[in-house]
Write a protein that binds this ligand. Structure first.
Ligand code: NAD
Ligand code: MLT
Length: 524
């Protein structure tokens, strides 16, 4: 398998990748160049320079995983990747401390005008009056976004004796000690902070979270630090607020458009800036490079990854418990698609017993994968199974029942299509013994492996013999046989596992036998 690394990452990660795969490091590629070469690769690793656009993704026919050596995935079209079934992974932890320390450096440099004073002294001026600063002690710091970096900044600001308040709609005060950081609404934060630092991701709802309207209510003389993403602040509104004297200064590591060499904010004395250096420490770059290399290798080896962006992450301990159910769910889906046809309208996944405590959404995705892969041209996997199903306007319902009846764990897949309503259920005996235990109203005990001939027939003497004779005549060896019936001489099904592939003529011959209603050949 081949991996393309299209932005510079620390050599430690590249070396790990090279132990298992062929790696090409090609940086500075244009979109056109990437579109042209991407179909040769199974994995792509980027930092923030490469923009992984829809066009690139549409041509990435071999690509299984995109790895982002860092946190922000705003340079990757995650939606397009998801539709194409490409896993996106990131390395969110390795640069947290680097970004938090950079934020503190930017805040202190801003409050003491260190960059401006440095430049002045280097030009030969000993000007003590021009660079009067302010202390941070006793001032209020407002943190927008209290995730990994926001919290580390909060701790460090407390050490500087600042009052720390924060706005984060997804974090409640119960999880944060109120004597350390007080959670407030955005309006309160904007009106009361002497310093504001941003640590939220850039999304459609955080874009310009400090925009023209917000700049009007900020406390006069506020200083703003942005080491997260440029789009969080409306740069025009910031520029005007600094000119009008409402904002005392800004310290920016990130910009709406990068590289930001022509940004008008850089012309203002009150603005200090770095070229997106938040994660640029030796330690952070080694961390993210190793983290992303390991996750990309896991993804290419079909193992569970640590930091999935577009798929539910699952801990290795949980994966060990659920793994055989994931395989079983896929087989239930695969069984259905070969057993019945017609436009599917609704899929009902039922879970009972101990598995209800595990991550059943991965089981549902697996059943959908099994079901759709038989029907669709485009590859369906655990990443895109849900979106592909919803795109086809198929309703999906999950029900869970802790109580058990006949099996300690049971997965049922009920499909309502234009032509049929069909139910198939399975369980795992012991650690890994997968079985299909129900097909519609019949109870059965079928190992979902190999080639299976499924026959609906009347229960009467000679049926098994007739089928056996046809198979024997065609040199098809029967491995196992299961029969389920509603009542003696009533409706019944016969499931035969056979060693060979059975061609459609033989299936037709069986179907034409007197007393046989329907025959399906199912391959797992
Ligand atoms: P994180 O996911 O741990 O934290 C983000 C926090 O933002 C979460 O707590 C989330 O609840 C919160 N949030 C989401 N929507 C919000 C909203 N509308 N208002 C307020 N808060 C909201 O991420 P992190 O690792 O702390 O990274 C934070 C940011 O820093 C990201 O944008 C990341 O890309 C950026 N970053 C920049 C650099 C750099 O080099 N400058 C380095 C690392 C990270
Ligand atoms: C990130 O999101 O991790 C940062 O922007 C760091 C980077 O990769 O430059």
């Amino acid at each position: 398998m081949r991996i393309l690394v299209s932005d510079p990452i620390a050599s430690e990660g590249v070396d790990i990748l090279k132990e298992e795969f062929q790696v090409d490091v090609k940086t500075g590629l244009t979109e056109d160049e990437l579109v042209y070469i991407i179909e040769d690769y199974d994995a792509l690793i980027v930092r923030s320079s490469t923009k992984v656009t829809k066009r690139i993704i549409e041509n990435a026919n071999r690509l299984k995983v995109i790895g982002r050596a860092g946190v922000g995935v705003d340079n990757i079209d995650v939606e397009a990747a998801t539709f194409k079934g490409i896993l996106v992974v990131n390395a969110p932890e390795g640069n947290t401390i680097a970004a938090a320390e950079h934020t503190m450096a930017m805040m202190l440099s801003l409050s003491r005008k260190i960059p401006q004073a440095t430049m002045s002294l280097k030009r030969g001026h000993w000007d003590k009056k021009a660079f009067m600063g302010v202390e941070v002690k006793g001032k209020t710091l407002g943190i927008i976004g209290l995730g990994r970096i926001g919290r580390e900044v909060g701790k460090r600001a407390r050490a500087f004796h600042m009052n720390v308040i924060s706005y984060d709609p997804y974090i409640s005060q119960e999880n944060i000690h109120k004597d350390e950081i007080k959670m407030v609404d955005l309006d309160t934060l904007l009106r009361n902070s002497d310093f504001i630092t941003l640590h939220a991701p850039l999304t459609s709802s955080t874009n310009h979270i400090i925009g023209e309207k917000e700049f009007k209510i900020l406390k006069k003389g506020v200083r703003i630090i942005n080491c997260a993403r440029g789009g969080l602040i409306d740069e025009n509104a910031l520029y005007n607020s600094i000119i009008e004297g409402r904002v005392a200064g800004a310290s920016l590591d990130v910009f709406e458009k990068e590289p930001a060499t022509n940004n008008k904010l850089l012309k203002l004395d009150q603005v200090i800036a770095t070229p997106h250096l938040g994660a640029s420490t030796e330690e952070a770059q080694i961390n993210v490079s190793i983290d992303i290399a390991n996750d990309v290798i896991r993804a290419l080896n079909n193992k569970t990854v640590r930091n999935a962006v577009n798929m539910m992450s699952i801990k290795p301990e949980e994966w060990a418990k659920i793994h055989h159910y994931v395989l079983l769910a896929e087989k239930l889906g695969k069984f259905y698609s070969q057993f019945r046809d017609g436009r599917v309208r609704r899929i009902e996944m039922g879970y009972s017993g101990g598995i209800t405590e595990l991550n059943t959404s991965i089981l549902t995705a697996s059943a959908l994968k099994g079901l759709l892969n038989v029907i669709l041209q485009e590859p369906v996997n655990l990443v895109n199974a849900l979106v592909v199903t919803k795109e086809r306007k198929i309703e999906i319902v999950e029900t869970k029942k802790r109580d058990v009846e006949d099996y300690s764990n049971l997965i049922t897949l009920k499909v309502i299509s234009d032509n049929y309503e069909c139910l198939v259920g399975g369980t795992v005996f012991g650690k890994n013994d997968q079985r299909i235990v129900m097909i519609n109203k019949y109870k059965i005990d079928l190992i979902p492996e190999g080639n299976i001939i499924l026959i609906s027939h009347r229960d009467k003497p000679g049926m098994i013999g007739s089928v056996g004779t046809i198979l024997g005549r065609n040199d098809i060896n029967i491995a196992t046989m299961q029969v389920g019936r509603m009542s003696p001489r009533g409706e019944a099904i016969m499931a035969l596992t056979v060693d060979e592939y059975v061609n459609p003529q033989i299936i037709k011959e069986i179907a034409d036998t007197e007393g046989i209603e329907e025959v399906k050949f199912i391959v797992f």
